[in-house]
Ligand binder design. Structure first.
Ligand code: ADE
Length: 234
């Protein structure tokens, strides 16, 4: 998988991808993340990438030309499955969306900034707009990092134990059950006996019960969503 990230702050972004699992994914050749500084695609002598909005509103808007130049240069080299724009008014990011995006070969992620981008970019180049939550960030870089992290870790081979990516919270519409490691007892706080029993069937059953219980307590909305889906399918 290749992800091209279009940003005004490539240095801020690259640090994040040079550590841990994301670094390993790139080293193994399973994921390639390429940063593009939008200033390099500016048509002006000073590399400006934004301008005042028509109509006199406050703030600056990212201009259409540098974005069109950059996206078209990339599209001339390869086919992209999606051109994503990170924006607070986009579709809410979720695990099913991460699963779907992890099947892509090539993605472009445009990080928004200032007041946003010239609407013509959204109309003519963007195929998918994604928000990571109902709050406004200074820019789309953090959102792009969140999306890339959630997507790249799902690419087969990135996480050693693929079972563990599939057992994540939200993969089955439930939050994850509690986990324990050694020692079996600390200050009198014991690991639940069933986990030490060696009975895998019982352990699986306990995990499922815990996951359902936790989901009821912490994220009842997830259970409601599943009920709604069932109703729709029926
Ligand atoms: N840019 C600013 N806020 C954002 C958000 N919540 N999600 C995605 N991109 C953003």
């Amino acid at each position: 998988m290749r992800i091209d990230i279009l940003t005004l702050f490539p240095n801020m972004m690259s640090m994040f991808f040079e550590e841990s699992i994301l670094k390993r994914a790139q080293k193994k050749g399973l994921a390639e993340v390429v940063f593009h500084d939008l200033h390099d695609y500016s048509l002006t002598r000073y590399g400006s990438v934004d301008d005042y909005p028509y109509g006199g509103a406050a703030g600056m808007v990212m201009s259409v030309e540098p974005l069109a130049n950059c996206i078209e240069a990339l599209q001339a080299e390869r086919h992209y499955d999606d051109v994503i724009y990170t924006a607070p008014d986009g579709e809410m990011f979720s695990q099913p969306m991460a699963n779907q995006l992890s099947l892509a070969q090539n993605l472009i992620v445009l990080c928004g900034h200032y007041k946003g981008v010239d609407e013509r970019v959204r109309e003519h180049f963007i195929t998918r707009e994604i928000s990571i939550g109902d709050y406004v960030l200074t820019g789309g870089e953090l959102a792009a990092a969140v999306i890339c992290d959630a997507v790249i870790r799902l690419v087969p081979g990135v996480i050693g134990d693929e079972q563990s990516a599939l057992a994540d919270s939200y993969q089955d519409g439930l939050v994850a059950p509690p986990e324990y490691t050694r020692p079996p007892e600390f200050r009198g706080w014991r690991v639940p006996d069933v986990l030490l029993s060696g009975n895998h069937q019982k352990i699986e059953q306990w995990r499922m019960e815990q996951a359902i219980q936790r989901t009821k307590e912490r994220r009842p909305d997830l259970l409601k969503k599943q009920d709604n889906n069932k109703t729709t399918i029926l």
